[in-house]
Design a protein around this ligand. Structure first.
Ligand code: DGL
Length: 263
C-alpha cells in the first residue's frame, strides 16, 4: 500500500470537519480525504461490539478507496474504542482523537472540569484511565450530550441550532458553580462552541483536541501534496445538500459511495 496518499479523516458525520479545520491550517499543502459513516450516525448511542466491527470495516474500505497514507480517526467515540483494532487492521499510521483531559486539568483554576462527550465516550474504560492518569487531583463532571450531535450536523448544514436543546444538554455543567473548564470530547461539539459561549452563565474555558491532532498528524503523515484545491470525500449513505455544502466549505468534493463496503 502506498504511504504517499492523502491523509484520510474519518468520523461518523461532519464532526471530523472540526479537526479538518486544524489540519488545513497546519498543513495547507497536504492532500486530505474525508470519510463519514453517515449511514450509522450517531455512533455515541450504539453498542460497542457492533461499533468496533463497523468502524474497522468502514475505515478499511475508505483507506482502500482513497489510497490513504495515514488515517486520522476524528471521532472520540471511535478512538476510545477501536484504535487498537484499527492499528491491527491497517498498515498505515493511525492517529486517534481522545478527550483533552490532560490540558484541561492543567488549565482549570478551581480543579473542577466538565467532560462533554457522547454517552459511549463518557462511560468508556479508556476515559476512566485518562481521568485517573491526568486528572486524579481534579473533580471531573461527566455529561453525555448525544442530542448535540444532531445540532452540530444541523448547523453545518446551514440551519440554526435549537438553543433549548443546547441549554438542556449543558445544564449540568452550568449548574456546577466551581466548574470553570469544559473538555469538548466529541468532534461535533467545537462546531457549536460559539453557541456554548453565548449560553454559558459565566466565562468558561472550552478545550478540544483539534490542534494537538494536527500537530501529531504532521509528524506521522506522508508528504502527499494536493494536486487541486478540492480533495475527495466518501460517505456510506447518500449525502444531503447541507452536507455537500459543508464539505465544500472545507475544500472537499461531494462524497462518493463506498462500494467495497456494500459487497
Ligand atoms: N463525532 C463523534 C465523536 O467525536 C461522535 C458523534 C456520534 O455520536 O456519532 O465522538
Amino acid at each position: 500500500m502506498s504511504h504517499s496518499g492523502p491523509v484520510l479523516v474519518f468520523d461518523s458525520g461532519v464532526g471530523g470537519l472540526s479537526v479538518v479545520a486544524h489540519l488545513r491550517a497546519a498543513m495547507p499543502e497536504r492532500a486530505l480525504a474525508y470519510l463519514c459513516d453517515n449511514a450509522a450516525l450517531p455512533y455515541g448511542t450504539k453498542e460497542d461490539t457492533w461499533l468496533i466491527e463497523r468502524i474497522v470495516a468502514v475505515c478499511c474500505a475508505g483507506v482502500r478507496a482513497s489510497r490513504a497514507g495515514a488515517l486520522v480517526v476524528a471521532c472520540n467515540t471511535a478512538s476510545t474504542l477501536a484504535l487498537d483494532a484499527l492499528r491491527a487492521a491497517l498498515p498505515i499510521p493511525v492517529v486517534g482523537t481522545v478527550p483533552a483531559i490532560k490540558p484541561a486539568a492543567a488549565m482549570s483554576r478551581n480543579g473542577v472540569i466538565g467532560l462533554l462527550a457522547t454517552s459511549a465516550t463518557v462511560r468508556r474504560r479508556y476515559t476512566d484511565r485518562l481521568i485517573a492518569r491526568f486528572a486524579a487531583e481534579q473533580r471531573v463532571v461527566r455529561v453525555a450530550g448525544d442530542a448535540l450531535v444532531k445540532q452540530a450536523e444541523q448547523v453545518l448544514a446551514g440551519s440554526p441550532p435549537d438553543a433549548g436543546v443546547i441549554e438542556q444538554a449543558l445544564a449540568p455543567l452550568f449548574a456546577d458553580a466551581e466548574l470553570d473548564t469544559v473538555v469538548l470530547g466529541c468532534t461535533h461539539f467545537p462546531l457549536l462552541r460559539p453557541f456554548f459561549e453565548t449560553l454559558a452563565p459565566r466565562p468558561m474555558q472550552w478545550i478540544d483536541s483539534g490542534a494537538a491532532i494536527a500537530r501529531r498528524t504532521a509528524t506521522v503523515a506522508p508528504q502527499g501534496s494536493r494536486i487541486s484545491g478540492v480533495d475527495i470525500s466518501f460517505a456510506t449513505a447518500p449525502a444531503e445538500a447541507g452536507m455537500i455544502r459543508a464539505l465544500e466549505r472545507y475544500e472537499f468534493a461531494a462524497p462518493q459511495g463506498l462500494e467495497a463496503l456494500e459487497q
